[in-house]
Design a protein around this ligand. Structure first.
Ligand SMILES: Cc1cc2nc3c(=O)[nH]c(=O)nc-3n(C[C@H](O)[C@H](O)[C@H](O)COP(=O)(O)O)c2cc1C
Length: 161
């Protein structure tokens, strides 16, 4: 057990060294918006264009993403650390997080951040149970992008790149 705990600590320490692009994963389910800040997000394939996001089962957006069948992956610009903080901090009203930033509805209803570096709208095609997390895999149905610096997370701090 001790060995497993040490591995986890070492893994976390190692991951802190790796810069990661910061995104907000978002969904609309039964008229309520939910979202979380996430770095465990990546592209899966280009043909078809497909992405995955790893979402902790305890996060309040977890079930709504699976049930909605659509989600947004909103990669943040360098000056949007406040958005990342709002979507990562405990919130008594998770819908209230969306007052930070200019959020619009995609054609699936998924919330999309108008000023995102890149906003992907995804249709859920597979959910993979993976311990504490679910890996949500989605086909890209729409993309909005702009030229700007991105927001990265490294060693516990947000940076521009
Ligand atoms: C930089 C950063 C990256 C994160 N990446 C993930 C992630 O990839 N997956 C995840 O489930 N939670 C991730 N989190 C934690 C969630 O953002 C946080 O637990 C969530 O917003 C809590 O939402 P809730 O209070 O509505 O349950 C990350 C947090 C931060 C600050």
């Amino acid at each position: 057990m001790m060995e497993a705990l040490e591995k986890t600590a070492e893994f976390k320490e190692a991951m802190r060294r790796i810069p990661a692009a910061v995104a907000v994963i978002s969904a609309l389910y039964q008229g309520e918006r939910r979202g979380l800040t996430a770095t465990a997000v990546c592209s899966v394939s280009a043909d078809p264009p497909r992405m995955l996001a790893c979402v902790n089962k305890q996060v309040r957006a977890h079930d709504p993403i699976g049930l909605a069948g659509y989600f947004g992956v909103n990669y943040l610009c360098h000056d949007q650390a406040p958005v990342a903080q709002v979507f990562a901090a405990p919130a008594s009203q998770p819908e209230g997080r969306f007052s930070c930033g200019d959020w619009i509805e995609g054609r699936s209803g998924a919330p999309l951040l108008r000023e995102a570096l890149v906003a992907f709208e995804c249709q859920l095609v597979q959910s993979v149970d993976c311990g504490t997390h679910t890996i949500y895999i989605g086909d890209i149905i729409d993309i909005a992008q702009r030229d700007d610096l991105s927001l990265l997370y490294k060693s516990g701090a947000f940076r521009a790149a």
